[in-house]
Design a protein. Structure first.
Length: 372
């Protein structure tokens, strides 16, 4: 709903759905609609992908009667259509007659006072009017905060979503996304959901991009087959405020149900690469992608390593065995893979916290290599 001009996101439950495993080495930190099914590669992102008949297949999983409205709202607001679609799903789950306990109404859940300022005299239960109002509202928010992004389209989306959740005043006073857990979770829910649920090719949308360039041809393979996602990229409140180890520069993937000091699955290469270095104390292999764009990858906490520096590896080759190695101790942490991606400008071999780390999650999703 939107209260006093602010929309309060409903996505705080994400953290309750994620099983967070705290095990990171010293060097890395701690870590009702007309919808038609489709059966193609988009299923790599969503277990139930459906396609709407919008001609260019920009959006999926959107009721067909709202496609034109969302595209028009996206054009007006200057935000990706997938972002607006995810917001609507989050607010009302496509129910044009939804009413919240606080009195927010319609598809995009405006409270009456805000509705009258955005769409005076219109019916909040008219879904077409509701989507148009959402586009106008998001443009207003974007116009207030986008100067903080210095022209970065990815940051403009994040700042606008922060203003949508916490209010533009909070964004302006903090000169960026405010350090509110709910707001940061809301941004993650909307941006990741926009990519996974509403992008026909699972391409990263503005706001979810880890890498703004071309990811290169072909799909990748999940580096930790059968593993679950246990910890994400970015800041967490694991240690005391201000402790550098709260900054996690990887994603953690782990085999479920392992006993303490038990090795896990074979860790494999997601794409063709060449081994360029090791961080032996933490069981890390560093390798550089052979094709463009030339990312580097870090595979860490391995129980054992099966490769050597200079070795060329094909997609699916075994690098080593999932483990918990850190600080020179083989089972310092619970068994998992700490997986990093570095941008093409990184020094070779890459090393942690060198300023070139990218969030692997949206990249792996776009390349078809994310966990099931």
């Amino acid at each position: 709903m939107k209260n006093k001009g602010l929309l309060i996101g409903a996505g705080v439950l994400l953290s309750a759905l994620l099983s967070i495993v705290i095990f990171l080495p010293l060097i890395f930190g701690v870590f009702t609609a007309s919808i038609t099914p489709i059966e193609n590669a988009s299923a790599k992102c969503s277990p139930s992908v459906t396609e709407t008949n919008d001609g260019d297949n920009t959006l999926i999983n959107v009721p067909s009667e709202y496609i034109e409205d969302i595209n028009q709202a996206a054009e007006h607001s200057g935000l990706p259509a997938q972002i607006l679609a995810k917001q609507i799903q989050q607010e009302s789950n496509w129910n044009p007659n939804a009413v919240s306990p606080a009195g927010a109404k319609g598809l995009t859940q405006f409270i009456p006072s805000t509705w009258e300022s955005i769409a005076p005299g219109e019916d909040p239960f008219d879904p077409h009017a509701s989507i148009a109002a959402q586009g106008r509202y998001m443009k207003q928010l974007k116009d207030q905060v986008q100067h903080l992004a210095d022209g970065d389209a990815n940051q403009i989306v994040k700042l606008t979503l922060a203003a949508y959740n916490a209010g533009p005043g909070a964004v302006l006073s903090h000169k960026g996304v405010p350090p509110y857990g709910e707001t940061q979770q809301y941004i993650e829910i909307i941006t990741s959901g926009a990519q996974v649920n509403f992008s026909a090719t699972c391409s990263q949308v503005d706001g979810a991009k880890a890498w703004d360039g071309d990811l290169g041809p072909g799909e990748w393979t999940n580096p930790c087959p059968g593993c679950s996602f246990t910890s994400g990229f970015g800041m967490r409140n694991v240690f005391a405020p201000g402790d550098w180890k709260n900054n996690h520069v990887a994603v953690d993937l782990a085999t479920a149900g392992l006993q303490p000091q038990q090795p896990g699955v074979e860790i494999i290469t997601p794409t063709d690469m060449t081994v360029v270095g090791f961080i032996e104390a933490d069981g890390c292999v560093v390798a550089k992608q052979n094709e463009a764009p030339g990312f580097q990858f870090g595979f860490c906490h391995l129980n054992s390593i099966n490769v050597s520096v200079g070795q060329n590896l094909k997609r699916g080759d075994i690098i080593g065995i999932e483990g918990g190695t850190a600080g020179g101790s083989q089972f310092a942490y619970a068994t998992h893979l700490h997986f990093e991606i570095y941008d093409p400008e990184s020094p070779v071999p890459a090393y942690p916290y060198n300023g070139h780390n990218l969030d692997p999650e949206p990249i792996l999703k776009e390349k078809g290599a994310w966990v099931n």
